[in-house]
Write a protein that binds this ligand. Structure first.
Ligand code: ADP
Length: 404
């Protein structure tokens, strides 16, 4: 069984191939047998494709004029050269696509049909830089692989059962009816982490209550009650919620109005500032990378220290806000680049909750094994570090949908 996973973005494409035995899904995720990425922003002169398979790593420069053929060029490396892992592309049984926005329609992954493509297209105004790229990816696969089954796995799906009290914004109700609502994102990661946490707790997902913290360049939290995301920090767009690498997260919405009205900024300029020039980058003035922030803070940089303290403050605030909609907490989960690798961020986040008996083991926190418990034996809540496996989660959805 060969499952291709594709994450097609506007400036990058990422893909991997899983090869599974035909009878059952493995309990533990296997490594993909082939991985490829194309970064079209690597240089003005070329796009950079990196491919990894058969113990070989290759870097190939691509002509930016051939961007529409990017996926075809990437898939060529599956059947040619040192990274060849297939005799022919027709061996691929199913293709799973990460799709950022599924709107209110989709609460589950779904097999792609012309109707699903039309729905993804209709949602372009809500995800203008993502959904068009996903559609291009779906069409490219159709062109290259013909009638292979394709599956859309939506970032928004896991949050679609959120109660209305969390989903509706307190603005005139007709805007909710017109689609202005909290959708939430990173759903594939939150769902994977929630399932993995339940496994680590040794209980069915339906029995546990969790807070999952996906802390990457984009960052969001979810409150997961009995397998359902009942609240999440991202909202109508992935801009809401936590302070992030280059995104502001939640700010007083009147700031945008003020900048447009009194400082001559256009809506596009405010959009750019809040999405690309804010967050850790906005405060340090240099970088949105948490490694840079932590290192320069250690060296005494005051702006880096402020950025770190703000990030930690907003993270604690968000954890507190998620707590309010759970009936108890079984585990707090840290995941993605910062959540998995930054001991100082985890320490700063948990320090706010020691009075509730949520206590980190400093040794375990300093050098955690992946998918392990880093809380003290007497902590009232387990604290897990979980390596998120979004690609594997997408592959699993494909398997389930095709009833393999
Ligand atoms: P994306 O949202 O792009 O998938 P990632 O999940 O890869 O992002 O997370 C990127 C973030 O993780 C960056 O801020 C990076 O600095 C941070 N990160 C990665 N490794 C470490 C590390 N060892 N220590 C601290 N932060 C790290």
């Amino acid at each position: 069984m060969k499952i291709l996973v594709l994450n097609a973005g506007s400036s990058s494409q990422k893909s991997c191939l899983y090869s599974l035995e035909a009878d059952s899904l493995p309990q533990k995720h296997p490594d993909p047998i082939w991985e490829a990425t194309i970064d079209w922003t690597a240089s003005p002169e070329f796009g950079l494709m990196k491919v990894k398979a058969n113990g070989v790593k290759q870097e190939i420069k691509l002509d930016p004029g051939k961007k529409p053929d990017g996926i075809a060029q990437m898939l060529d490396t599956l059947v040619q050269g040192e990274t060849r892992v297939l005799e022919q592309l027709t061996e691929i049984n199913v293709v799973g696509h990460r799709v950022v926005h599924g709107g209110s329609e989709y609460s589950e992954a779904i097999r792609i049909t012309p109707e699903v493509k039309a729905a993804i297209a209709q949602l372009i105004p809500l995800a203008p830089s993502h959904n068009p790229a996903h559609l291009e990816g779906i069409n490219a696969i159709e062109k290259i692989l013909g009638a292979v089954p394709q599956v859309a796995v939506f970032d928004t799906a896991f949050h679609s059962k959120m109660p209305k009290s969390a989903a509706v914004y307190p603005i005139p109700y007709e805007w909710f009816e017109r689609g202005i609502r909290r959708y939430g994102f990173h759903g594939t990661s939150h769902k994977y982490c929630a399932n993995r946490a339940a496994q680590l707790l040794g209980q069915p997902l339906e029995m546990v209550q969790l807070i999952t913290c996906h802390l990457g360049n984009g960052a969001s939290l979810a409150a997961v009650r009995q397998g359902i995301s009942v609240d999440t920090t991202m909202g109508f767009t992935p801009l809401e919620g936590l302070m992030m690498g280059t995104r502001s997260g939640s700010i007083d919405p009147a700031i945008s109005i003020h900048l447009i009205r009194n400082h001559g900024m256009s809506a596009d300029q405010v959009d750019h500032m809040l999405n690309k020039e804010s967050g850790l980058k906005g405060i340090t003035g240099v970088s949105g990378d948490m490694r840079y922030v932590a290192e320069t803070m250690e060296q005494g940089d005051k702006r880096a220290k402020l950025a770190f303290e703000m990030f930690s403050h907003h993270l604690r605030t968000a954890i507190g806000s998620m707590l309010g909609n759970l009936h108890r907490l079984d585990a707090l989960v840290f995941s993605a680049g910062i959540g998995e690798h930054s001991a100082v961020v985890r320490q700063a986040a948990c320090a706010g909750f020691e009075f509730l008996g949520i206590t980190l083991d400093p040794e375990k926190n300093a050098h955690p094994e992946m998918d392990s418990d880093i809380s003290t034996a007497d902590s009232r809540v387990r604290i897990f570090v979980i390596h998120t496996e979004e690609d594997w989660a997408i592959a699993t959805e494909c398997w389930n949908i095709l009833g393999l």
